[in-house]
Design a protein around this ligand. Sequence first.
Ligand code: SME
Length: 170
Amino acid sequence: MNGDAKKEIYREALRELDAVLAGIDDPITAMSTCAAVLHQRLPYASWTGFYRVAAPRLLRAGPYQGPLGCLEISFDRGVCGAAARAGTAQIVPDVNAFPGHIACDAAARSEIVIPIRDPQGMLVAVLDVDSHQLAAFDEFDRDGLERVAERLRSCLGGKAVFYKEPPPAA
Ligand code: SME
């Protein structure tokens, strides 16, 4: 897909996210909304979603769209770990040539991973998009996904809320 077509996809995705994320400060709501919007709009995406920093140097699956992903990834492993360690976007045109790539989906051929930071600048997650096409991702995806990460940042100041509603009286 050419750069102009990608720019248009990300422009529309950001327009949609701006509209639906206004006032949202629940990270699960915000991340699942981003995963859905991106996965629907990127025709070359096979898996789109987040790994959260759940403990020191440990990523754990967050909201995603696509087939079953790994549940936990250490910072020492995979493209997601590399992005978390370096704190910078990683574009991998051929995952089979990437040492330590974690093959959750045997059909995955390329991927991009973007660090996600909260309003204080702390790393709280990575955004991973995988494709069954070789070299599906380029600088247009990095730019578009970094804009999404920037949009998401203001939604990540709050806590994921599970209000504990008591069961109905018997
Ligand atoms: N391929 C990733 C692992 C996560 S998934 O494929 C969903 C990696 O190497 O970090």
